[in-house]
Design a protein around this ligand. Structure first.
Ligand code: OSB
Ligand code: MG
Length: 369
């Protein structure tokens, strides 16, 4: 693929509204935009999705930088790549650190698609021209405010509403929400806030007709989730616990969940995401694409992945304006009535907005190949 240069660009962007989950509040997103450049001057872009603190999983912005600079980029410098599927193979000697791996692999996938004059979606084998999306709503100061925000997002046409929950902000809140919105597709995401001691409490959520409950138990568990799934009717969706096709297979065999949330960063890149997708397609497991409060570049990758056929449930990739005053891509991602049109130019299909990039960039490092 003749990569000539790789750029790491560190950005910091302030979210329009703080986003509160069971593990804490995120107000600012620090991340890397990766850029792979070939001898013809074509550019491929990726994004690192880890947060500043290891609250969601163990990776952070700093561990991403360390692992990319000290281990992954040297591997890329030493090896020729013909197809982006080879990247995850090359990275196998480095354990874990999936978000760091995905950030680099993503830039290479985008570059590959542009070299072949294909949409990234097409390069992955995706056929959809538009995708359905929902929205994820953080924990709010009051139920009244939550209900107001849900109303606005139903009005905006989002295809499903995901609500963050935690002990003390769950059953009663959801009951009130359900009373206000009897027919809305609603799901809850606990981000690992419960334990097996809470099984009888979680059984009470069955009365709420939720589409699913996402990651109720520990971030690294699939055993207790199986126990919980056999005790509740609401489908469990795994997020944090799934890092690979192997994890997916084991969760499926154990009965730990009925739905999988695929996040490109958490599984180490698009190649592994596609493998998980293909397994789920074969075994009739519904999947959807999760979000990590990404900028436009990460959002574009999510859109491309979601064009694959088994993404039958609406994902978390809401429009740019839900997160940012100004995104770093042109045009920004727009969801109209909960539908995003897949862009139709090569690669990720969006241009980088140089002014916005300059505004949010803290530093740039260049690696020669
Ligand atoms: O668990 O899906 C999650 C945001 C931050 C950390 C974890 C999660 C989330 C979201 C929002 O639910 C995703 C998004 O809108 O990008
Ligand atoms: Mg989640």
């Amino acid at each position: 693929m003749s990569i000539k240069q790789l750029k790491l660009r560190k950005l910091k962007m302030k979210l329009k509204h703080p986003f509160t989950t069971s593990f804490g509040t995120i107000q600012e997103k620090e991340f890397f935009i990766t850029e792979a450049i070939d001898i013809d001057g074509k550019h491929g872009f990726g994004e690192s999705v880890a947060f500043s603190s290891p609250w969601y999983t163990e990776e952070t912005v700093e561990t991403n930088q360390h692992v990319m600079e000290d281990f992954l980029i040297p591997i890329l410098q030493e090896n020729k790549i013909v197809h982006p599927d080879e990247v995850s193979e090359l990275f196998k000697s480095i354990k874990g650190n999936n978000m760091a791996k995905a950030a680099l692999e993503g830039a290479i996938w985008d570059l590959y698609a542009k070299q072949k004059d294909l949409l990234l979606a097409e390069a992955l084998g995706g056929k959809k021209k538009e995708i359905d999306v929902g929205i994820s709503i953080g924990i709010q100061p009051t139920v009244k405010e939550l209900i107001e925000i849900i109303s606005q997002n139903i009005e905006a046409g989002y295809k499903r509403i995901k609500l963050k929950i935690k002990p003390g902000w769950d059953l009663e809140v959801l009951q009130e929400v359900r009373t206000h919105f009897p027919d809305t597709l609603i799901m809850a995401d606990a981000n690992s806030a419960y334990t097996r001691e809470d099984i009888s409490h979680l059984q009470k959520l069955d009365e709420l007709n939720l589409m699913m409950i996402e990651q109720p138990l520990a971030h690294d568990d699939i055993v207790d989730h199986a126990k919980l799934q056999s005790a509740i009717h609401t489908p469990i969706c795994l997020d944090e616990s799934i890092h690979s096709l192997e994890d997916t297979r084991k969760a499926y065999e154990l009965g730990s969940c009925k739905i999988i949330n695929i996040k490109i960063g958490r599984v180490g890149g698009l190649t592994e995401a596609k493998k998980i997708h293909d397994f789920c397609l074969k075994h009739d497991i519904p999947v959807w694409c999760g979000g990590m409060l990404e900028s436009g570049v990460g959002r574009a990758h999510n859109i491309a992945l979601t064009t694959l056929p088994q993404f039958i449930l609406p994902g978390d990739t809401a429009g740019s304006s839900n997160y940012w005053e100004k995104d770093i891509i042109k045009p920004e991602v727009v969801a109209e009535n909960g539908v995003i049109q897949v862009p139709d130019s090569p690669g990720i299909g969006y241009e980088l907005d140089e002014d916005a990039l300059d505004e949010f960039t803290e530093w740039v490092k260049v690696f020669q190949f």
